[in-house]
Design a binder for this molecule. Sequence first.
Ligand code: GLU
Length: 548
Amino acid sequence: MANEKVSKLIFDDKVKPVSYYEEKYVPRNLKEGAIVTRYAPSPTGKVHMGHLYSSLIGQKIAHDTGGVYFLRIEDTDKKREVSNGVESIVHDLKHFHITFDEGMMGENQETGSYGPYLQSNRKEIYHAYIRDLLLKGKAYVSFVTSEELEEIRKKQESKKERIGYYGKYAKDRFLKEEEIIERIQKGEPFTIRYLSQGDFEKKVVIKDLVKGKVVMPENDIDTVIMKADGLPTYHFAHAVDDHLMKTTHVIRGDEWLSSVPIHVELFKAIGANIPKYAHISPLMKEENGVRRKLSKRKDPEAAVRFYEEEGIPVEAVTTYLMTVANSNFEEFLIYNKDKTIDDFTFDFKKMSKSGAMFDLEKLKNISRNYLSTLKATTIYEQLLHFASQYDKEFFALISKYKEETIAILNIEREQKKPRKDFYAYSDIKNQIWYMYDELFTPNMYEWGTIADKKEILNILNTYLEKYYDASFDEPTWFLKLKDLAEEFGYAREVKEYKQNPEAFKGHIGDISMVLRVALTSKAMTPNLYDIIQILGKERILKRIDLLK
Ligand code: GLU
């Protein structure tokens, strides 16, 4: 056996044989065709739209096939870690109803029989596999420094050769055991590299579920599998993990596509099956006519917290993302009004190979439509929940005026063509603030046809004294408004005015605008009759007084 003394020096006696793990992690007892897949982020901070997008797909195909969706945290790069990174990932995804069947459930919590699911807790497993490769002569100890690697790179550049530690350049392949032992004993830092058997002239062919057939040269670079700190690299750790956790499908961003030849080689090296791959193209954004990747630095909408903080309903976001993933989903929803994502059959083949457009305006429209289908009481509950976290002042108001708020939210709702004026819970206050005396600020209607303050106040007072009655139904209320118009010399009908504009000061539209602006301070509102009913005589009077 190769490297026996070296492995004794490097690895602790407690490292178990590979066979221990091969027996411990038994095949999963799932039905034929069940997909086992994972979300495998580094705990480096917030979840981005691209992650949510692939998680949504991962969860869906795992569950549609009776499989398993699990969360593995890839924390072997300790430099990039942030505190509470796991908690934050779990929180962000849970908000979008993405939960895991097994894996990490919180910072120090996990469930499932294929763990540990935190890579830093799997060190002895990786060591077992690394030692095995070392003993089989498939891996070697390397002392090459970054300065030496830089020199190699320069040499390769000057000779116009491929960059990397391979073939004749991988000089530590040929170190003698005694020298290795001596240098380790002297405390020289070292890594372990996989001794590649690949041939750059030969091809690796994968059938990617999204990209189709992909042909790439074999890997011949001696990849580092164990870093100087004793932890494995991502490449190696994920291969061991996906093998032992019985992952059937690897779904991830296509920035990993070019690493597939290395991964295939490593899977083979440890005697594992190669999983099926689905490399998802990035979400794109169009800005000033130019297409670019949605960027976590430039685009606030790239962070999933944005949606939570804006109060954009989860259903709208997930519906939109599924539309981006499979464009036929939109049509499916049009023809199947009572169905949801759960009833839809997702298909990798229908995904964009190059990058799908992410359009926040379209998402907002989906959100407007979705919110328009909710009952006023449901919106109220959601709004309350949202405001309790993000707008304490408004939370206090809507809690105090519960019935009234529900009535306000119910204006032009629960009808054939419901109102679609807000896209998010954070947007509701912008649309209804004037209904609360505490927020209301008066605005005199002096810009339109009726520019005389005296006339305006006269119209308003006369309305309240002669033409207002809380018991009027809508048609009666409107008739009374027409009477009011007539009394002041305005046409009862717009048509009538247009036929003979000389005969009138204006028309019914001007009168209702005076009322609308006086009572809401806005020129555009939902149904004025409903607003008047909710305000009631006393508050109307108060608002008219504010104009004086
Ligand atoms: N930890 C890798 C990442 O954060 C996972 C890649 C994979 O899914 O294999 O992108």
